[in-house]
Write a protein that binds this ligand. Structure first.
Ligand code: GSH
Length: 347
């Protein structure tokens, strides 16, 4: 073998990992998709309605609740997020369903509908005879409902930029402690796959740190502390504005007597605050009697049992219990989470 030939082989071997990485990157590439129905895309399906969703996903929960409220049956297609096992949203198979790599996705007669707010509205308009209307008929009331849905929405890209505009934007920051306890149960190599292919590399990077650091060290990372405290402060303002609306509407629901998609959107925010151990803190600091009573009514609905209680995930149940234990056994961690102040988060 000549020296040149041996050199070429060595070079090829050295380039192999980079080529494999580049090939993998192309297979896992995501691109933004507009919300609503995409009739130009056809997907294999077995039932009229199929919902690609995740038990823990904030946006998936909204859509499951709408289907339960409407009594519409659907085939559930569970898709993992890293918190429940793996980055299935960026798998080759799922990217055919949603090139944006996000859940939920509704597939209706083989055509996908993207974005949870659009899915909710789409489902509400396809409800069968006899289903209670989840959208007001009056145009002014409808516009008010849309505004309250927007105030709870989780933007697809960089939600932390929307902390002030929507309670949904403050949800990821307040989920950080729960991410930390859930990721204990996820093997490190699955998180590392996200570092290679996830469209937002910061998330797997922080998730990997959560896995390597204990809770105290994690809470000493300044940008995380800042994001959590900014999210907490922003959420407090959003809850106060919901409290005002519930008072003004006279309840029992956000727009008054009619239960609407706005109630469903906000209920997913409250569930996340509850499972992250924040809700009682907000109630205790701000009172929020209307919010407390409203959330109690939401939890009493049959749809809650069907779409939330019956769709739990064992890792998340364990992570919730672990987080409650951590808060109880590290009073300084609890105090940090509840009271630390930081500069407002500047994205
Ligand atoms: N604006 C979108 C947001 C969808 C979204 O962010 N989905 C999250 C779960 S709630 C997701 O799929 N994330 C992928 C990941 O975490 O890797 C919607 O409302 O549907």
């Amino acid at each position: 073998m000549t020296a040149e030939f041996a050199g070429l082989i060595l070079l090829a071997l050295a380039l192999l990992p980079a080529a494999a990485w580049a090939a993998g990157k192309r297979r896992h590439r995501t691109r933004p998709m507009t919300g609503g129905l995409h009739p130009e895309i056809s997907l294999p399906h077995e039932e009229e309605f199929e919902l690609y969703n995740n038990a823990f996903s904030h946006c998936s929960r909204k859509t499951r609740l709408v289907f339960a409220e409407l009594g519409l049956s659907y085939r559930s297609r569970p898709i993992d997020l890293i918190e429940t096992g793996s980055y299935e949203t960026i798998s080759e198979a799922f990217l055919k369903v949603n090139p944006a790599g996000l859940v939920p996705v509704l597939v209706h007669k083989g055509h996908p509908v993207y974005e949870s707010d659009d899915i909710m509205a789409y489902a509400a308009r396809h409800a069968g005879e006899g289903a209670a209307p989840l959208e007001p008929a009056d145009p002014d009331e409808h516009a008010r409902m849309t505004d309250w849905i927007r105030k709870a929405t989780l933007p697809s890209a960089s939600p932390e930029r929307a902390l002030q505009e929507s309670a949904g934007g403050a949800v990821p920051g307040l989920t950080i402690p729960l991410f930390f306890t859930a990721l204990r149960y996820i093997p490190a190599h699955r998180i590392l796959a996200g570092l290679l292919y996830h469209p937002d590399r910061r998330r797997p990077f922080y998730f990997f740190l959560f896995k390597c650091l204990g809770p105290r060290r994690m809470m000493s990372i300044a940008p995380l502390r800042t994001l959590i405290s900014s999210s907490r402060n922003a959420m407090e303002d959003h809850l106060l504005s919901l409290e005002g609306q519930l008072k003004a509407s006279g309840g029992p629901w956000i727009l008054g007597s009619q239960f609407t998609l706005a109630d469903i959107s906000w209920s997913a925010v409250f569930l996340r605050l509850e499972e992250g151990g924040w809700l009682e803190g907000f109630y205790n600091r701000q009172g929020l009697p209307e919010c407390r009573a409203w959330y109690g009514r939401i939890r009493g609905r049959a749809s809650w049992r069907e779409a939330i209680e019956m769709c739990r995930h064992p890792i998340i149940d364990q992570a919730r219990a672990d987080l409650a234990g951590l808060r109880a056994s590290y009073p300084d961690l609890q105090a940090m989470l509840e009271t630390f102040q930081a500069k407002p988060f500047a994205p």
